[in-house]
Design a binder for this molecule. Structure first.
Ligand code: BJW
Length: 236
C-alpha cells in the first residue's frame, strides 16, 4: 500500500446510516415507504409535483438534525492529511462529509441543501421547504426543484470523476449497494485502468466480486481502521 498516492473514494447511503439517515434499499429503507417511480424521476415530478416536493422537503428538514459519524470524521481526517490526490465522490445528497470537515467532496447525485431553478439554471443554497413554490433568489421565478439527480438524468461532474479514476492508484467503495449506475460501474472502470480496488460495506454489495479486497461490517468501524492503515502506510 505504500506505493499509493492518488485515491478515489465512492460513498453511498451506508456511510450515513449510523447517523440516522435511512438507506435506500435496506429493510425499512426509503424505497419501502415510497415507490421510487413515484418520487425520484422527472416524470413523477411532472405528474405530481406536490408529492415529490413534500418528500424532499421532509428529507431536507431531517438531514439538518443529523450529525456526522465516525466514518465521516475518519474520511475528513484522511482528506486533511493525505498529501496525494484524493476525491470523495459521494452519491449521498446530505452534507455530512462537509460537516465532518472534508473538503475534496463531489456530489454526483446532487444536494438536498441546494435548489435548482428551472427558469435560470442557478442552484441557490436552500434549507427551507419548496412546497409553497418560493421565488428563485436569482431570477424571481417560482421554478425551483430539488437539486437531486433523478433516474434517467445525468449524474454531475462525470468528466471529473473519470479523470480522477484515470489518475488513481486506489479506488475504495464505502456503504453502497452497487445497484445504481453509473456509480456501480466505477469498480469495473477502475479495474480496467489497473487501479487497486477495495470495498468497505456492511454486507457484500452487488458488485463485490469485482473488488480486489472486500471487508464487511459497519462503516463506523471499518472506515476509521482503514484510514489509520492507509495513513500509517504512507509514513513508511
Ligand atoms: C452499510 C451500513 C453501515 C447499511 N455501514 N454499510 C439498467 C441497467 C443499468 C442501468 C440502468 C438500467 N435501467 C436504468 C438504468 C440507469 C439508472 C440505474 O442505475 N437504474 C438501476 C436501478 C438499474 N441510473 C440512472 O438513471 C442514473 N443516470 C444515468 O444513468 O444517466 C445516464 C448515464 C449513462 C452513462 C454515464 C453516465 C450517465 C441516475 C441515477 C440517479 C440515482 N438517484 C438516486 C435517488 C436520488 C433521489 C433521492 O435521494 O431521493 O440516488 S437513487 C438512490 O440510489 C440515490 C443513491 O445515491 C443511489 C445509490 O444508493 P446507495 O447509496 O448505494 O444506497 P443503498 O440503500 O442501495 O445501499 C446502501 C448500502 O449500504 C447497502 O449495501 C447496505 O448493506 C450498506 N450499509 N448500513 C456500512 N452502517
Amino acid at each position: 500500500m505504500s506505493s499509493i498516492r492518488n485515491i478515489v473514494i465512492l460513498t453511498g447511503a451506508g456511510v450515513s446510516a449510523e447517523s440516522g439517515i435511512d438507506t435506500f434499499r435496506d429493510g425499512g429503507g426509503l424505497w419501502e415507504q415510497h415507490r421510487v417511480e413515484d418520487v425520484a424521476t422527472p416524470e413523477a415530478f411532472a405528474r405530481d409535483p406536490d408529492l415529490v416536493l413534500r418528500f424532499y422537503d421532509m428529507r431536507r428538514e431531517a438531514i439538518q438534525t443529523k450529525q456526522p459519524n465516525a466514518a465521516h470524521r475518519a474520511l475528513a481526517k484522511l482528506d486533511a492529511e493525505w498529501e496525494g490526490d484524493l476525491l470523495i465522490v459521494t452519491q449521498n445528497v446530505d452534507d455530512l462529509h462537509e460537516r465532518a470537515g472534508a473538503k475534496r467532496v463531489l456530489h454526483m447525485h446532487g444536494e438536498h441543501l441546494n435548489a435548482w431553478c428551472m427558469a435560470c439554471d442557478e442552484r441557490p443554497r436552500w434549507i427551507g421547504p419548496l412546497i409553497d413554490r418560493p421565488a428563485c433568489p436569482e431570477c424571481g421565478e417560482a421554478a425551483l426543484r430539488p437539486d437531486i439527480v433523478w433516474f434517467g438524468e445525468m449524474p454531475y461532474r462525470m468528466d471529473e470523476i473519470f479523470a480522477a479514476l484515470e489518475q488513481a492508484d486506489l479506488f475504495v467503495s464505502i456503504g453502497t449497494s452497487g445497484a445504481v449506475y453509473p456509480a456501480a460501474g466505477f469498480v469495473r472502470n477502475a479495474r480496467e485502468l489497473g487501479v487497486e480496488t477495495l470495498e468497505l460495506n456492511l454486507e457484500p454489495s452487488q458488485g463485490t466480486a469485482w473488488f480486489d479486497e472486500a471487508r464487511h461490517g459497519p462503516a463506523s468501524e471499518l472506515v476509521p481502521a482503514w484510514v489509520e492503515e492507509v495513513l500509517a502506510s504512507s509514513r513508511t
